[in-house]
Design a protein around this ligand. Sequence first.
Ligand SMILES: *[C@@H]1O[C@H](CO)[C@@H](O)[C@H](O)[C@H]1NC(C)=O
Ligand SMILES: *[C@@H]1O[C@H](CO)[C@@H](O)[C@H](O)[C@H]1NC(C)=O
Length: 407
Amino acid sequence: MLGPKGGFRLPAVQARLPPSRSIYAYIFRTRFLASAALTACVIIFWRSISTSAADMQKFYCFGPSKSPMEMTPNDASDWSGLDTPVIFNHHAPLEINSSTIINYDLNPIKSTADGLENKERVLILTPLRDADKHLEKYFELLVKLTYPHDLIDLGFLVGDSSDTTLAKLAAEVERVQKKTDKTAFRSVKIIQKDFGGIAYSQDVEARHAFEAQAIRRKAIGKARNYLLYSALAPDHSWVYWRDVDIVDSPPPIIQDMILHDKDIIVPNIWFHRYENDRDIEGRFDYNSWQESPEGLELAASLSKDTVLVEGYPEYVSNRTYMAKMGHWTKNKDEEIELDGIGGVNIMVKADVHRSGINFPCYAFENQAETEGFGKMAKRAGYQVIGLPNYVVWHIDTLEKPKEPRKP
Ligand SMILES: *[C@@H]1O[C@H](CO)[C@@H](O)[C@H](O)[C@H]1NC(C)=O
Ligand SMILES: *[C@@H]1O[C@H](CO)[C@@H](O)[C@H](O)[C@H]1NC(C)=O
């Protein structure tokens, strides 16, 4: 009944043909329709199973001829196709010979209390502007530092100077680096960058001084950042900010600061001078302070662009100043928490800087430069610590920040 293509063989059907009307009636009889539908089903079914023997592979039973209970884990994984180990890009270690490709592993670079034993590297950074008169003293103290000099790199930024700072610096650095008695430092970098337009004198009238201070602090912040980004190397563990106008500091100051193992730590800054054969001591740096509720309130009342500067009558912050605490005769290891810090002498774990904490040259929480640095570090969750009884002596200068007024 089925032709080569599964259709009816019409001539055979026609041979027994009744008259056309009865064919018509016959076709529409239920039994005929049912048998036609059944025939169609049989054809479709047959076509689906009667294809080539290759298609029968679909029903091939693969895997080991064992019950799953008897399979080893490897058999099971082969059988299921799961957990099959895959090795991508399997190759021998790469050998990179190009001298233009440099690899630094920062993972072993740590900043710890054992910095001295671990031979942790220290970067000393000093921004300079019209500072030639201070350089001799600066290097006199620098060479006395007892931290091994071959672990110390120096970085200077000379900018906006109209005196002989650069020449004097170059001469001093060469003198020190030529020494063969372990005085020479590991390396020295001198960065030159003029920012321009920072006309500021302490003599200007007080009512202009406040605004000028904010501009000056932003400019110094920018200079510090340029110096930091130009000098920080991958192997530095500590960054030690040291101003040029320090007149006395303990030779082991680097070890002393590192031992505290704090993210950021500053000593207290005093000044002294001889007057009529009398040694006059004073507290210098009012930029290291603890925030007060009144200071926060004051900041909240200001525009976000206003930079607060301590010591001017325009704004009274009622903060607690480290300069007013402590004494150099007391326990040098005593620590206090700070929110803002001064820049005369700061020890920083290099990773704090690497993480992006720097010296804002704009108003960050209404502070700029080192005070903004303290605020930013605190915001990022770093420790900011002061040592009220560990004193570094600053030159006595008219530029010293004014003592804040009482509320
Ligand atoms: C890299 O340099 C070493 C030593 O000179 C040499 O033996 C090696 O074949 C070089 N490898 C490649 C990939 O050039
Ligand atoms: C300043 O702070 C002290 C606490 O350090 C507080 O006793 C005093 O009332 C504050 N002064 C003002 C004016 O808010």
